[in-house]
Design a protein around this ligand. Structure first.
Ligand SMILES: [Zn+2]
Length: 179
């Protein structure tokens, strides 16, 4: 930017009427040019003196009224969002809160239920084990005859049927018999 270009835009620069790129160029020129900086100060002083020392005449009432009539009035029609914002904001906040809290509650309930099931399974296994240990006859089947036990072992792949107690033999021992 030349000095001539900068001085031509000084007044607009001081009043903030330049676009951002042009304002930046003028400011950069003023930073590097002492002559234009002095002209800028003079222009500023002249503007201030004119604003303070020249008499001010009030505008006629008719002109004020005409200007007031032509002045654009602010829109009284509020936008859709402004009208519904007081109602929608709490609802949106509540929905957001639900979206945050629901997965946490679901996870906690699921974890609690799984922990309960696991604890029940462990308790059942421990009880079964203790029952077997405390039992007088921990085995499901007891027999002195291999022909009575063999069918029970044949059913291992299938759901085993509990052996039906057989009548005591002459020796007085109870034996299991598969059916
Ligand atoms: Zn200059």
């Amino acid at each position: 930017m030349t000095c001539e270009d900068a001085r031509a835009q000084l007044l607009d620069y001081q009043r903030g009427r330049l676009a951002l790129p042009a304002e930046s160029e003028v400011r950069a020129h003023l930073d590097g040019c002492a002559d234009c900086t002095r002209d800028d100060a003079l222009e500023h002083e002249l503007t201030r003196a004119l604003e303070q020392r020249l008499p001010l005449h009030p505008a006629p009432i008719a002109l004020k009224r005409r200007l007031a009539a032509q002045w654009p009035t602010p829109s009284t029609q509020r936008s859709w969002w402004r009208r519904w914002r007081p109602v929608l904001m709490p609802a949106l906040a509540f929905a957001a809160l639900l979206m945050l809290v629901t997965p946490v509650l679901y996870y906690e309930r699921t974890a609690s239920r799984m922990a309960g099931e696991r604890a029940g399974l462990v308790a059942e296994a421990v009880n079964d084990h203790l029952r077997v240990l405390a039992s007088q006859h921990p085995l499901d089947i007891e027999s002195g005859d291999v022909h009575q036990v063999k069918p029970w072992f044949d059913c291992r792949g299938r759901p085993a049927r509990r052996p039906r107690p057989a009548r005591p033999r002459s020796s007085g021992r109870w034996t299991g018999a598969s059916t």
